[in-house]
Write a protein that binds this ligand. Structure first.
Ligand code: ADP
Ligand code: MG
Length: 623
């Protein structure tokens, strides 16, 4: 710096100039000697004026000065922020001009303003902003701000990302957000947006958007109001979060809960006793027992504690129960017949089935399902069912049988009377009368025999017999109880066909099928009973379900009212009937079904509404 105007400025002038500055300031002459330092500068340097003035520039100011010179090699005016000794300063270094404002002086002014406080706030803000951005990114959350004055809308970068739009092409504002919102949700989203600008916060507004690429996503919006220092609201600030995944999980959870509820109800409704045991380190524990299990054992999951199943062990049957325990420890499935003790001490024969539950195949079982069935009641119920149906069938028969026997008795009585008259007069005539009487008597005895076979109470003994005469007999017997306008045709294409069956049961089957046919035809028309043989070879599609081999095929075909699909699917249910009270019991076909199953055979019904029904029975041929 040129030293020409050196004397143009004296110290008092520096004093009034520099002391008027609120920051620290010094004046330095061209050979770096401090010519004045104001109070602020002395404070910053922590020194008295005498130690500074007249000395070479030192301390903080020397650093500032040198830094300014290096920064402004070309430009001699410098203003910069500088960190020194734990504080932030704004440094200004400028040459002092002469009174004319143009001429140069040899003096340079260095001022330093401590901006540490402001800096600190700024950093804090940056940190918060960075944290917020990071948080919003992690939370898949965008932020928005609506300035009420201009209605300008600002979006954070992430707001664009979650909406699938780009800042270059999408400009939020002017009500165009609605375009992104799913049409069905537009109404309430637009309303909430309007309210937000009117100063009403929004909380947990959930809606769908449709991204420009067509993808539908779930959003959650929360918005609040920003107030200025006077307490007046000036903007809305809010977050928008992509909650699609959470929604999906929520939906899946709902579905899962619904499914669990259904499974639970299903288990409760099961007629079979079901208990679930979980395998824990301390042993097995009873997790659940269903209503049927409680009913059967009179226990509940609380009274069946850790060694729960042991409570069910009947005194005489410890061995069997021990083997059940062994299966449990080995995680093996099994089926057992054992005596089971109820809570009141009574015992019933039970079938117990164990099924281990594993997380992965090959792993140890984590739980067991125990099925419990009361076998007595099953057997008794089945026997009662059969018996009651037989009594019903017998009832149906008796009218016809009485009529038949009455018819047979008529010639017996009439000819006995007439026989007395011709006796000893016309031997030939008398012999004829006796023949007719004997024939009628034998026929009556045959009818009675049939009825007795049928009505016998004992459980039928199955034995290998010729089906042909049994079916013919059964048709005859059944026809007696059927309306006379019903024409039962038989088409028997076998001379002999042996099967392991019982005569009583054949009667019962035919009686039930013919009864149904008669009912379907209102007691009028033709029913055809056929009997033939069929051979099932491997893979024959028509008779799928039947094992390869020789079968006797028995069909009963009517041309009655037929059945719709619904009825057809239920005919084998016990007590299912479409007939008025007193007419049907709904037991016929379920009994036929169990009889045929007992022979190792099958029965199926083919039916068409208004055209008729064909019952097809396959019985294994005994060779
Ligand atoms: P029930 O005869 O006492 O009603 P079934 O078990 O014999 O009981 O038959 C059950 C139901 O199946 C009948 O109520 C009827 O609706 C239907 N059904 C059985 N056989 C026939 C048939 N041949 N034609 C039409 N419907 C039939
Ligand atoms: Mg019936």
């Amino acid at each position: 710096m040129n030293g020409e105007a050196h004397s143009a400025i004296d110290r008092p002038q520096f004093a009034s100039l520099l002391e008027s500055m609120s920051n620290g300031a010094i004046a330095v002459d061209s050979d770096r000697t401090v010519v004045y330092a104001n109070r602020g500068a002395l404070g910053m340097l922590g020194q008295r004026r005498e130690a500074v003035v007249g000395q070479a520039v030192s301390g903080a100011f020397r650093v500032f000065f040198e830094r300014a010179q290096s920064r402004t090699a070309a430009d001699r005016l410098a203003r910069f922020e500088h960190f020194y000794d734990g504080n932030w300063y704004i440094i200004q270094v400028f040459p002092l001009l002469g009174a004319d404002g143009l001429s140069e002086t040899p003096y340079t002014i260095v001022t330093a303003t401590d901006i540490s406080e402001r800096k600190k706030r700024e950093f804090e803000f940056l940190e918060i902003a960075a944290g917020l951005e990071e948080a919003t990114r992690i939370a898949e959350m965008g932020t928005f701000k609506v300035l009420w004055g201009s209605l300008a809308i600002q979006w954070s970068p992430h707001a664009y990302i979650i909406h699938g739009v780009r800042p270059e092409t999408y400009h939020p504002g002017g009500g165009n957000y609605a375009e992104l919102v799913h049409p069905e949700d537009r109404g309430f989203v637009t309303r909430a947006g309007r309210e937000l600008v009117e100063g009403k916060p929004v909380a947990n507004l959930q809606y769908r958007i449709v991204r420009p690429d067509g993808v539908v996503r779930w959003m959650r919006m929360d918005g609040r109001i920003l107030f200025d220092s006077s307490g007046a609201g000036y903007a809305s600030f809010g977050t928008i979060q992509d909650i699609t995944d959470a929604k999906q999980r929520e939906h899946e959870l709902q579905e899962l809960l619904k499914r669990n509820a259904i499974l639970y109800e299903a288990l409760e409704a099961s007629p079979i006793g079901v208990a679930v045991l979980t395998a824990e380190e301390s042993g097995l524990s009873m997790l659940y027992v269903n209503a049927a299990f409680e009913r059967l054992t009179q226990h509940n999951s609380y009274s069946l504690n850790v060694d729960g199943l042991r409570a069910l062990v009947a005194d005489g049957d410890r061995d069997q129960w021990q083997s059940i325990a062994d299966y449990l420890t080995r995680s093996e499935p099994g089926s057992f017949d054992a005596s089971c003790r109820r809570r009141d001490g009574t015992v019933f024969p039970a079938r117990i089935e164990l099924a281990p539950v594993r997380d992965y195949p090959g792993r140890e079982a984590t739980a067991f399902v125990v099925n419990l069935r009361d076998m007595t009641s099953d057997r008794e119920r089945a026997a009662a069912l059969l018996q009651s149906q037989k009594m019903e069938a017998l009832g149906q028969l008796s009218g016809g049988v009485a009529h038949e026997i009455n018819n047979l008795l008529q010639p017996v009585i009439a000819l006995s009377d007439l026989g007395g008259d011709v006796l000893g007069k016309d031997t030939e005539k008398a012999r004829k009368y006796f023949e007719v009487i004997g024939g009628s008597g034998r026929k009556a005895r045959e009818v009675v025999r049939q009825v007795l076979t049928f009505a016998r109470r004992d459980t039928p003994q199955l034995s290998a017999q010729d089906v042909v005469p049994l079916v013919a007999d059964a048709v005859n017997l059944a026809a007696k109880g059927l309306p006379p306008q019903l024409d039962v045709k038989t088409d028997i294409r076998l001379t002999e066909a042996r099967a392991v069956i019982s005569a009583t049961q054949v009667s019962q089957v035919m009686l039930n099928l013919l009864r149904n046919a008669s009912d379907a035809m209102k007691g009028q028309g033709v029913v055809t009973v056929t009997l033939n043989e069929e051979t099932v070879v491997d893979g024959a599609p028509k008779l799928a379900g039947l094992k390869p081999g020789r079968w006797i095929k028995l069909t009963v075909q009517d041309t009655g009212c037929g059945m719709d699909r619904d009825t057809l699917s239920r005919v084998f249910e016990p007590f299912f009937t479409t007939k008025p009270v007193g007419k049907g019991t709904g037991l016929g076909l379920s009994v036929v079904y169990s009889i045929v199953a007992g022979w190792g055979g099958t029965i199926s019904l083919d039916s068409e509404v208004d055209r008729g029904t064909t019952a097809v029975i396959y019985i294994p041929l005994h060779s």
